[in-house]
Design a protein around this ligand. Sequence first.
Ligand code: ARG
Length: 460
Amino acid sequence: MVQKKLWGGRFREKTDDLLDRFNSSIRFDKRLYAQDIQGSIAHCRMLAKERVLSDREASRIIDALEKMKREIESGELSIDEGSEDIHTFVERALVEKVGETGEKLHTGRSRNDQVSLDMRLYVREAGERIKSLIKEMQRALIRTAEKNFGVIIPGYTHLQRAQPVLLAHHLLAYYEMLKRDRQRFSDNLKRASILPLGSAALAGSSFKLDRKMAAKELGFAGISENSMDAVSDRDFVLEFLFASSVLMMHLSRLSEEVILWSTREFNFVTLPDAFCTGSSIMPQKKNPDLLELVRGKTGRVYGHLMALLTVMKGLPLAYNKDMQEDKEALFDTVDTVEECIAMLTRLLKEIVFNAHQMKKAVNEGHLVATDLADYLVRKGATFRNAHELVGKMVLFAADRNIELSELSIEQMKGFSNLIEDDVKKWLDPVQSVKRRSLYGGTGHSAVKRKLKKAIRELES
Ligand code: ARG
């Protein structure tokens, strides 16, 4: 049943049934009920301070709103979809509880500043939740890195084996990406926590509302400076979608790597049965669906970002109904991100690395060629010349189907008289890694330092 409108006064005819449905947002914005109630309480306090509401009226309204929230949460009160949107529903339910007094709440307020506030509150809460999920995933990465500390894997460029690195270093690369993700959400929160209330429809309220008091009550960093901007700004949603897109991109890259690593071709990891699925026809199959879904869902988050950017790009000031389209984009993004990051974290905790297979891969493909060039430089060659020489040695070894490290000292000496017996230890992948202990490198001591630092970073 479609209920009475908040704006019926100037209309002679009844709204078209299909338009009612087309226009209404309650199906999805009902998820803003808690924020709408919280924002309404703050608005009510401003009205009371300004004496638009008596203290008695204000406390009746606030009690009823708080009760409404409890009832919605317990299921006693269900959000009926006959209301146009959540703001309409909350107002109607309030009037049902306190009668005419409830009709005073919307004084000096519009759904335009109201919805902007609700969305800001929602973004803030979702951002905080995602930040702690990211932290948990970072912890899982650190633990996995610690557990597999000495394991060496081929580092790749162009997906071709390049140089030996610590698996821990590889995993900590994702730790850094996630650190930036967390920073991006924090940054987003700074701009989201600006109070739009008082802006009313667009011009600002004619009641002298104590906006700073409301901002303080809601834990906002400040109040908006321009009422027209405040009601038509969705930058904070876009920034949230962007931060989410970059985060998903990182999750997707990790998923892609683990998918590759779990193939027979790589065989670097064994995925736990609990996180894989099978095939309806091929009995032997064990598929990494979880990871593929994370990779796939990245696309839909990007889609939401593009959709909202496009929605906003042609809008004249101030509020336009187009902006209602921000909700499903935001909500689906929040659900997707939360689910993906939680799933990946669970998987990370259970993943088993095949150190033996990784070691084998490190020893095939001349991964220490750069070390050999560095060795020659230390003996006096220019890097260009050393590069050329080692290239020739790689070719020589490859032609004989052996590894660079399998060449005899005599064979090597044949390429350059700079090469001496001490060359052998420059061909050992473990030494290759150890040597790279400068800040940020893959060397054991550098990575150990970073692990310690990462733990401190997570505590702060
Ligand atoms: N459901 C609307 C939205 O999400 C609320 C604001 C409606 N404002 C208006 N003037 N019609 O944007």
